[in-house]
Write a protein that binds this ligand. Structure first.
Ligand SMILES: Nc1ncnc2c1ncn2[C@@H]1O[C@H](COP(=O)(O)OP(=O)(O)OP(=O)(O)O)[C@@H](O)[C@H]1O
Length: 279
Protein backbone atom coordinates (compact mmCIF):
# COMPACT_ATOMS: atom_id res chain seq x y z
CA UNK A 1 0.00 0.00 0.00
CA UNK A 2 1.17 3.48 -0.71
CA UNK A 3 1.62 5.83 2.23
CA UNK A 4 2.35 9.54 1.99
CA UNK A 5 6.10 9.95 2.33
CA UNK A 6 5.73 12.43 5.20
CA UNK A 7 3.95 9.84 7.37
CA UNK A 8 6.20 6.99 6.46
CA UNK A 9 9.68 6.30 7.81
CA UNK A 10 11.34 4.06 5.23
CA UNK A 11 12.05 0.58 6.50
CA UNK A 12 9.51 1.16 9.28
CA UNK A 13 9.66 -1.76 11.71
CA UNK A 14 7.51 -2.70 14.71
CA UNK A 15 8.60 -1.34 18.11
CA UNK A 16 11.21 -3.57 19.76
CA UNK A 17 12.44 -4.74 16.37
CA UNK A 18 14.54 -1.67 15.70
CA UNK A 19 18.32 -1.97 15.42
CA UNK A 20 18.76 1.73 14.63
CA UNK A 21 16.47 4.68 14.06
CA UNK A 22 16.84 8.26 12.89
CA UNK A 23 14.35 11.10 13.00
CA UNK A 24 14.97 14.42 11.26
CA UNK A 25 18.61 13.43 10.79
CA UNK A 26 20.37 16.37 9.21
CA UNK A 27 24.06 16.70 8.48
CA UNK A 28 25.65 19.79 6.99
CA UNK A 29 29.33 20.12 6.18
CA UNK A 30 31.05 23.49 6.08
CA UNK A 31 29.38 26.82 6.70
CA UNK A 32 28.07 29.87 4.88
CA UNK A 33 28.06 29.72 1.11
CA UNK A 34 30.10 26.51 1.02
CA UNK A 35 27.65 24.52 3.17
CA UNK A 36 26.87 21.05 1.81
CA UNK A 37 23.66 19.47 3.09
CA UNK A 38 24.72 15.81 3.08
CA UNK A 39 21.57 14.59 4.91
CA UNK A 40 18.31 16.48 4.80
CA UNK A 41 15.92 15.56 7.66
CA UNK A 42 16.11 11.80 7.15
CA UNK A 43 13.63 9.53 8.96
CA UNK A 44 14.55 5.87 8.88
CA UNK A 45 14.11 2.65 10.84
CA UNK A 46 16.65 -0.14 10.46
CA UNK A 47 14.92 -3.38 11.41
CA UNK A 48 16.58 -5.95 13.65
CA UNK A 49 17.50 -9.29 12.10
CA UNK A 50 17.35 -7.95 8.56
CA UNK A 51 19.81 -7.16 5.80
CA UNK A 52 19.31 -3.57 4.64
CA UNK A 53 21.11 -2.10 1.63
CA UNK A 54 21.60 1.62 1.05
CA UNK A 55 21.99 2.79 -2.55
CA UNK A 56 22.11 6.08 -4.39
CA UNK A 57 24.28 8.17 -6.69
CA UNK A 58 27.74 9.32 -5.66
CA UNK A 59 27.43 12.15 -3.16
CA UNK A 60 23.82 11.29 -2.22
CA UNK A 61 24.78 10.83 1.45
CA UNK A 62 25.10 7.05 1.85
CA UNK A 63 28.35 7.05 3.82
CA UNK A 64 27.26 10.05 5.86
CA UNK A 65 24.03 8.25 6.79
CA UNK A 66 25.97 5.17 7.83
CA UNK A 67 28.49 7.19 9.84
CA UNK A 68 25.76 9.14 11.64
CA UNK A 69 23.73 5.98 12.42
CA UNK A 70 26.90 4.35 13.75
CA UNK A 71 27.83 7.34 15.90
CA UNK A 72 31.06 7.86 13.92
CA UNK A 73 30.01 11.37 12.96
CA UNK A 74 28.10 14.08 14.82
CA UNK A 75 24.74 15.25 13.48
CA UNK A 76 23.75 18.86 12.74
CA UNK A 77 20.13 18.26 13.78
CA UNK A 78 17.78 15.40 14.54
CA UNK A 79 18.04 12.27 16.66
CA UNK A 80 19.62 8.84 16.27
CA UNK A 81 18.98 5.72 18.35
CA UNK A 82 20.86 2.45 18.48
CA UNK A 83 18.33 -0.05 19.75
CA UNK A 84 16.50 2.02 22.34
CA UNK A 85 19.52 4.13 23.29
CA UNK A 86 19.56 7.64 21.90
CA UNK A 87 23.14 8.29 20.80
CA UNK A 88 22.78 11.92 19.77
CA UNK A 89 24.00 13.91 22.71
CA UNK A 90 26.11 11.13 24.21
CA UNK A 91 29.58 12.11 25.38
CA UNK A 92 32.53 10.85 23.30
CA UNK A 93 33.54 8.26 25.85
CA UNK A 94 30.00 6.82 26.15
CA UNK A 95 29.69 6.77 22.39
CA UNK A 96 33.02 4.96 21.99
CA UNK A 97 31.95 2.31 24.47
CA UNK A 98 28.55 1.89 22.86
CA UNK A 99 30.11 1.56 19.41
CA UNK A 100 32.61 -0.94 20.71
CA UNK A 101 30.00 -3.06 22.47
CA UNK A 102 27.14 -2.93 20.01
CA UNK A 103 28.41 -2.26 16.49
CA UNK A 104 30.61 -4.09 13.99
CA UNK A 105 32.21 -2.39 11.01
CA UNK A 106 33.33 -3.66 7.62
CA UNK A 107 35.04 -1.34 5.21
CA UNK A 108 36.01 -1.66 1.57
CA UNK A 109 39.69 -1.55 2.47
CA UNK A 110 39.41 -4.37 5.05
CA UNK A 111 41.60 -2.43 7.56
CA UNK A 112 43.47 -5.54 8.70
CA UNK A 113 46.74 -5.20 10.61
CA UNK A 114 49.49 -6.71 8.38
CA UNK A 115 51.69 -7.96 11.24
CA UNK A 116 48.87 -9.89 12.95
CA UNK A 117 47.55 -13.23 11.77
CA UNK A 118 43.88 -13.78 10.91
CA UNK A 119 42.92 -15.00 14.40
CA UNK A 120 44.61 -11.99 16.03
CA UNK A 121 42.97 -9.59 13.61
CA UNK A 122 39.55 -11.09 14.31
CA UNK A 123 39.80 -10.60 18.07
CA UNK A 124 41.81 -7.35 18.01
CA UNK A 125 38.91 -4.97 18.81
CA UNK A 126 37.91 -7.18 21.73
CA UNK A 127 41.51 -7.49 22.92
CA UNK A 128 41.87 -3.71 22.87
CA UNK A 129 38.64 -3.40 24.83
CA UNK A 130 39.84 -6.01 27.33
CA UNK A 131 36.91 -8.25 26.47
CA UNK A 132 37.05 -12.02 26.37
CA UNK A 133 35.48 -13.47 23.24
CA UNK A 134 32.65 -15.95 23.63
CA UNK A 135 34.61 -18.91 22.23
CA UNK A 136 31.53 -20.84 21.14
CA UNK A 137 30.25 -17.88 19.14
CA UNK A 138 33.71 -17.19 17.73
CA UNK A 139 34.03 -20.81 16.58
CA UNK A 140 30.63 -20.58 14.92
CA UNK A 141 31.63 -17.37 13.11
CA UNK A 142 34.99 -18.82 12.02
CA UNK A 143 33.38 -22.00 10.72
CA UNK A 144 30.50 -20.16 9.04
CA UNK A 145 33.03 -18.00 7.23
CA UNK A 146 35.27 -20.97 6.36
CA UNK A 147 38.33 -19.50 8.04
CA UNK A 148 39.31 -22.41 10.27
CA UNK A 149 42.39 -23.38 8.23
CA UNK A 150 43.48 -19.78 7.64
CA UNK A 151 43.70 -18.55 11.22
CA UNK A 152 47.51 -18.55 11.39
CA UNK A 153 47.92 -16.72 8.08
CA UNK A 154 48.81 -13.03 7.88
CA UNK A 155 46.74 -10.77 5.58
CA UNK A 156 49.45 -10.83 2.87
CA UNK A 157 49.12 -14.63 2.76
CA UNK A 158 45.36 -14.43 2.13
CA UNK A 159 43.39 -13.67 -1.03
CA UNK A 160 41.26 -10.52 -1.18
CA UNK A 161 38.12 -12.56 -0.53
CA UNK A 162 39.71 -14.29 2.45
CA UNK A 163 40.87 -10.94 3.84
CA UNK A 164 37.35 -9.61 3.55
CA UNK A 165 36.07 -12.74 5.31
CA UNK A 166 38.50 -12.01 8.15
CA UNK A 167 37.14 -8.44 8.25
CA UNK A 168 33.63 -9.92 8.34
CA UNK A 169 34.59 -12.26 11.20
CA UNK A 170 36.14 -9.33 13.08
CA UNK A 171 32.90 -7.37 12.68
CA UNK A 172 30.91 -10.36 13.99
CA UNK A 173 33.30 -11.47 16.75
CA UNK A 174 31.78 -9.46 19.59
CA UNK A 175 28.27 -10.43 18.46
CA UNK A 176 27.27 -6.84 17.79
CA UNK A 177 23.65 -5.75 17.54
CA UNK A 178 24.30 -4.15 14.19
CA UNK A 179 26.92 -4.47 11.47
CA UNK A 180 27.66 -1.59 9.12
CA UNK A 181 29.37 -2.54 5.87
CA UNK A 182 30.60 0.21 3.53
CA UNK A 183 31.04 -1.21 0.01
CA UNK A 184 32.28 -4.54 1.42
CA UNK A 185 32.58 -6.05 -2.06
CA UNK A 186 34.05 -2.96 -3.73
CA UNK A 187 37.62 -4.28 -3.89
CA UNK A 188 36.80 -7.89 -4.70
CA UNK A 189 36.39 -9.84 -7.91
CA UNK A 190 32.83 -10.99 -8.51
CA UNK A 191 33.31 -14.48 -7.06
CA UNK A 192 34.90 -13.26 -3.83
CA UNK A 193 32.26 -10.52 -3.66
CA UNK A 194 29.50 -13.10 -3.95
CA UNK A 195 31.08 -15.11 -1.14
CA UNK A 196 31.15 -12.13 1.19
CA UNK A 197 27.53 -11.30 0.37
CA UNK A 198 26.65 -14.91 1.10
CA UNK A 199 28.34 -14.67 4.48
CA UNK A 200 26.55 -11.43 5.34
CA UNK A 201 23.30 -13.17 4.35
CA UNK A 202 24.25 -16.14 6.58
CA UNK A 203 25.05 -13.75 9.42
CA UNK A 204 21.46 -12.48 9.22
CA UNK A 205 19.69 -15.78 8.51
CA UNK A 206 21.87 -18.16 10.53
CA UNK A 207 23.28 -15.99 13.32
CA UNK A 208 20.39 -13.52 13.71
CA UNK A 209 22.54 -10.44 13.04
CA UNK A 210 21.37 -7.11 11.61
CA UNK A 211 23.33 -5.70 8.67
CA UNK A 212 23.33 -2.33 6.91
CA UNK A 213 25.36 -2.29 3.70
CA UNK A 214 26.19 0.67 1.49
CA UNK A 215 26.70 -0.40 -2.12
CA UNK A 216 26.71 0.87 -5.70
CA UNK A 217 26.09 -2.60 -7.08
CA UNK A 218 22.49 -3.69 -7.83
CA UNK A 219 23.68 -7.32 -7.76
CA UNK A 220 25.01 -6.86 -4.23
CA UNK A 221 21.84 -5.04 -3.13
CA UNK A 222 19.81 -8.01 -4.39
CA UNK A 223 21.20 -10.06 -1.47
CA UNK A 224 19.48 -7.75 1.02
CA UNK A 225 15.91 -7.83 2.36
CA UNK A 226 15.28 -4.14 1.78
CA UNK A 227 16.96 -1.46 -0.32
CA UNK A 228 16.77 2.19 0.73
CA UNK A 229 17.42 4.64 -2.10
CA UNK A 230 19.07 7.94 -1.26
CA UNK A 231 19.18 11.03 -3.46
CA UNK A 232 20.39 14.48 -2.47
CA UNK A 233 20.51 13.59 1.21
CA UNK A 234 16.98 12.15 1.38
CA UNK A 235 15.54 8.66 1.31
CA UNK A 236 13.43 8.82 -1.80
CA UNK A 237 12.32 5.22 -2.15
CA UNK A 238 12.65 1.67 -0.85
CA UNK A 239 12.31 -1.82 -2.29
CA UNK A 240 11.45 -5.02 -0.43
CA UNK A 241 12.84 -8.36 -1.62
CA UNK A 242 14.94 -6.69 -4.30
CA UNK A 243 16.22 -8.27 -7.49
CA UNK A 244 19.24 -6.93 -9.37
CA UNK A 245 17.04 -6.14 -12.38
CA UNK A 246 14.45 -4.38 -10.23
CA UNK A 247 17.09 -2.27 -8.49
CA UNK A 248 18.76 -1.36 -11.77
CA UNK A 249 15.41 -0.38 -13.27
CA UNK A 250 14.58 1.77 -10.23
CA UNK A 251 17.96 3.51 -10.43
CA UNK A 252 17.48 4.23 -14.14
CA UNK A 253 14.15 5.84 -13.33
CA UNK A 254 15.84 8.05 -10.73
CA UNK A 255 18.36 9.11 -13.34
CA UNK A 256 15.48 9.89 -15.71
CA UNK A 257 13.67 11.84 -13.01
CA UNK A 258 16.82 13.84 -12.26
CA UNK A 259 17.20 14.45 -16.00
CA UNK A 260 13.72 16.02 -16.03
CA UNK A 261 15.28 19.16 -14.65
CA UNK A 262 16.86 19.58 -18.08
CA UNK A 263 13.96 18.49 -20.25
CA UNK A 264 10.37 17.16 -20.51
CA UNK A 265 9.16 13.93 -18.89
CA UNK A 266 9.73 10.78 -20.92
CA UNK A 267 6.51 9.17 -22.16
CA UNK A 268 7.30 5.78 -20.60
CA UNK A 269 8.06 4.94 -17.02
CA UNK A 270 5.33 6.88 -15.23
CA UNK A 271 5.77 8.79 -11.96
CA UNK A 272 8.29 7.65 -9.36
CA UNK A 273 6.64 5.49 -6.71
CA UNK A 274 6.76 7.25 -3.38
CA UNK A 275 7.14 4.35 -1.04
CA UNK A 276 7.15 0.59 -0.90
CA UNK A 277 7.76 -1.67 -3.82
CA UNK A 278 4.53 -3.25 -5.01
CA UNK A 279 6.02 -6.22 -6.88
N1 LIG B 1 34.04 15.74 5.53
C1 LIG B 1 33.32 16.36 4.59
N2 LIG B 1 33.45 17.67 4.35
C2 LIG B 1 32.70 18.29 3.43
N3 LIG B 1 31.78 17.70 2.67
C3 LIG B 1 31.60 16.38 2.84
C4 LIG B 1 32.36 15.64 3.80
N4 LIG B 1 31.97 14.33 3.74
C5 LIG B 1 31.00 14.28 2.78
N5 LIG B 1 30.79 15.50 2.26
C6 LIG B 1 29.80 15.83 1.21
O1 LIG B 1 28.54 15.34 1.62
C7 LIG B 1 27.83 14.78 0.51
C8 LIG B 1 27.49 13.32 0.82
O2 LIG B 1 28.71 12.57 0.88
P1 LIG B 1 28.74 11.01 1.12
O3 LIG B 1 30.16 10.59 1.18
O4 LIG B 1 27.87 10.67 2.27
O5 LIG B 1 28.05 10.47 -0.21
P2 LIG B 1 28.00 8.98 -0.78
O6 LIG B 1 26.61 8.78 -1.27
O7 LIG B 1 28.50 8.02 0.24
O8 LIG B 1 29.01 9.11 -2.00
P3 LIG B 1 29.93 7.99 -2.71
O9 LIG B 1 28.97 7.00 -3.32
O10 LIG B 1 30.66 8.78 -3.75
O11 LIG B 1 30.82 7.40 -1.66
C9 LIG B 1 28.73 14.96 -0.70
O12 LIG B 1 28.33 16.12 -1.38
C10 LIG B 1 30.11 15.14 -0.10
O13 LIG B 1 30.93 15.93 -0.93
Amino acid sequence: MSTPAAEHAPGQAPAGRIAARARGLTKAYGSGETTVLALDAVDVDIARGRFTAVMGPSGSGKSTLMHCLAGLDTVSAGQVWLGDTEITGLKDRELTRLRRDRIGFMFQSFNLIPTLNAAENITLPMDIAGQKPDQKWLDQVIDTLGLRDRLKHRPSQLSGGQQQRVACARALASRPELIFADEPTGNLDSRAGLEVLGFLRDAVDGLGQSVVMVTHDPGAAAHSDLVLFLADGRIVDEMERPTAEGVLERMKRFDLARGQLDGPLPQTGGPLPQTEDKD
